[in-house]
Design a binder for this molecule. Structure first.
Ligand code: SF4
Ligand code: SF4
Length: 362
């Protein structure tokens, strides 16, 4: 039995001709492929929580490939925020520093370095895979088309090997196999009913285009694989963006309260778990973090090199600027300033400088 896979193409915000061309080249090529359903949505980050784009994405039950103009990590946690969850699908389309992060994670696991409890450790993740591909890595469509075909093949192989397992292993574990065969986004937020399932045919791809009138948005997304639920962000933000759910887990409760262009809280999160996917600084926008294993001072990496400020200094200034713009009193460093960056201060500057250079180049 061939298994279909959904490919989501998230359009660029600016409709720049080169970007649109790349998106359309990919869509046109995938329409010729069997077993693929293509969904074109406006920019993922701008989708409204209850709009047709998000509803369509929530309606995708199985494995999903998402191509967007965002870092892989930024796209993944933007989807997560919208209730579109799944296990991380590995892709060969890698931005320059992604391999470093994988190596770093492996190193840390081997050395038992990271024993902190992360929010993700206790969350139920649906039994399906989401592959996020960054459209900024290649300027040509072919590498993306090849990668989608590779993942689609992997997707159908999963079922073939399941079939073999059933034959070799005697009695199958029926329930587990059924779940594997029909992966599902079964922890999607229950607030909104799923729209009709995407059209399914046996042959070439089905195409769904979502046209939604959207303005540009600005809000943080939380990487729960890093977040330790320490609540420093909720103490720091004075605009009511953060809240907690019924089991006291941090969440972005009022995203549109966030002040446009300000990334202050991402600079002070002790775990670098807060992402502003559209920020110009790669580490804040969700680029893989390569510094931690080197014990570099992350407060500098998350600071503002153009002004020479540390992360705390920049965060305090940015928050004050927003408070004044909103007609409120500046508070300086007197409210909600976390302590972690102070502890990690003096570290080798040559390593730090080369890291910042590498990220700038990237
Ligand atoms: S400051 Fe960072 S680690 Fe702490 S709760 Fe907020 S997002 Fe999570
Ligand atoms: S950037 Fe500023 S306004 Fe937005 S969530 Fe962070 S602290 Fe709050």
């Amino acid at each position: 039995m061939a298994k279909r896979i959904a490919v989501v193409v998230s359009q660029g915000q600016s409709a720049a001709p080169a970007k649109r061309q790349l998106e359309e080249d990919i869509v046109a090529a995938l329409l010729m492929e069997p077993g693929i359903d293509v969904v074109v949505v406006p920019h993922l980050y701008d989708l409204k929580a209850d709009g047709t784009g998000i509803l369509a994405l929530r309606g995708i039950m199985g494995n999903m490939i998402v191509l967007s103009w965002l870092y892989e990590r930024g796209a993944r946690w933007t989807l997560d925020r919208a209730g579109i969850r799944g296990k991380e699908g590995l892709t060969t389309i890698k931005a320059a520093d992604d391999e470093d992060e994988e190596e770093e994670n492996e190193d840390n696991e081997e050395q038992g370095v990271d024993d902190k409890e992360r929010v993700n450790d206790s969350r139920e993740i649906p039994n399906r895979k989401i592959y996020c591909l960054d459209l900024r890595v290649h300027s040509a469509a072919q590498p993306y088309i090849d990668e989608v075909k590779r993942i689609a093949r992997e997707n159908s192989m999963q079922l073939v090997s399941l079939g073999i397992g059933m034959e070799l292993g005697g009695r199958p574990k029926t329930e587990q196999l059924a779940r594997l065969a029909q992966p599902t986004n079964d922890t999607a937020l229950p607030l909104h009913p799923h729209p009709s399932p995407l059209p399914k045919g046996e042959g070439a791809a089905a195409l769904t285009r979502i046209d939604e009138e959207l303005g540009r948005r600005w809000y943080p997304v939380i990487d729960y694989s890093r977040c330790t639920n320490c609540m420093e962000c909720i103490d720091f933000c004075l605009f009511g963006v953060y809240g907690v759910d019924k089991v006291e887990t941090i969440l972005v409760e009022q995203p549109d309260n966030c002040r446009k262009g300000c990334p202050a809280c991402s600079r002070v999160c002790p775990e670098n778990a807060i992402i502003f996917p559209q920020h110009k600084t790669p580490t804040i926008a969700g680029a893989s973090i390569v510094a931690e294993s080197l014990k570099i001072d992350l407060s500098k990496l998350f600071g503002a090199p153009e002004t020479g400020e540390t992360a705390e200094q920049a965060a305090v200034r940015e928050r004050d600027e927003q408070l004044v713009l909103a007609g409120r009193e500046a508070v300086g460093a007197s409210v909600g300033l976390p302590k972690r960056h102070e502890a990690k201060s003096a570290e080798p500057k040559d390593e730090l400088d080369s890291l910042i250079d590498a990220l700038d180049k990237f």
